[in-house]
Design a protein around this ligand. Structure first.
Ligand SMILES: [Zn+2]
Length: 238
């Protein structure tokens, strides 16, 4: 199955937190979107791998994504090596996205920066035809995404461009809240973490509001690029 946009996250919920509204908008406009989670988030303080898998499926349904897979890498300990790159190359060649979205290049959780570089490196390698991969014995063709962008999650990274997501913030927050074990819940008996505070949940909305303010709209999500943002005409830029 081909998708237009493939979003990768080190943990289930990274994609929703970082670019959920952008994906909701693109899906609304007719694009096909897939999500690949690198780990099951099994080291997370709250919930379990099984519960998080159910939450991830619910969040995917809320956003309307066409496919979601989990690569089962080791939470906290996966590395950027050939074995891990090959698994990501397989996903890129399977779904053939024009655009790949992945974790912030630097963030509080060490898996985010690692996942970011791993996916970015694999996007390049996926285009080299002499790297052979197969799924279920069927050889894959080389495929390189045209664009690789990094969403912003915990740290306030200065974006290189922002997407107007006005009208899609509620859908994003519904998808985020599908991870009921992970975020603010007064009734939870599990230990508190930096992401279980009300402040964290509020920050997702107020960052979108603030980025929206800066481009004169209601809400926006920010991204960074590794290369230049290219446009055909000056007025392609809002
Ligand atoms: Zn994460």
């Amino acid at each position: 199955m081909k998708v237009d946009i493939l979003a990768f996250g080190a943990h289930p919920d990274d994609v929703e937190l970082g670019c959920g509204a952008t994906l909701a908008k693109e899906i609304h406009l007719g694009k096909k979107v897939g999500i690949i989670d690198l780990t099951q988030g099994e080291l997370g303080t709250r919930g379990s791998a099984e519960i998080r898998a159910q939450e991830a499926a619910a969040a995917a349904a809320i956003l309307g994504v066409s496919a979601r897979e989990n690569l089962g890498f080791r939470d906290g300990f996966f590395v950027n090596d050939e074995a891990h790159q090959l698994e990501i190359i397989k996903m890129i060649r399977k779904y053939k996205p024009e655009v790949v979205l992945c974790n912030a290049i630097d963030d509080r959780h060490i898996d985010h920066g690692k996942g970011s570089k791993l996916v970015s490196d694999a996007c390049f390698l996926a285009g080299l035809r002499r790297i052979e991969t197969a799924i279920n014995g069927v050889e894959q063709e080389a495929w390189r995404p045209k664009l690789v962008y990094h969403y912003i999650q915990w740290k306030n990274i200065e974006p290189d461009f922002v997407v107007d997501v006005t009208g899609f913030i509620d859908q994003k927050m519904q998808a985020v809240l599908a991870y009921a074990t992970q975020f603010y819940d007064l009734n939870s008996k599990e230990p508190a973490t930096p992401i279980t505070s009300k402040n964290f949940l509020d920050s997702i909305v107020y960052r979108a509001q603030d980025l929206g303010r800066l481009i004169n709209t209601e809400h926006a999500e920010g991204f960074t690029v590794e290369r230049y943002v290219a446009v055909n005409r000056l007025d392609d830029l809002m």
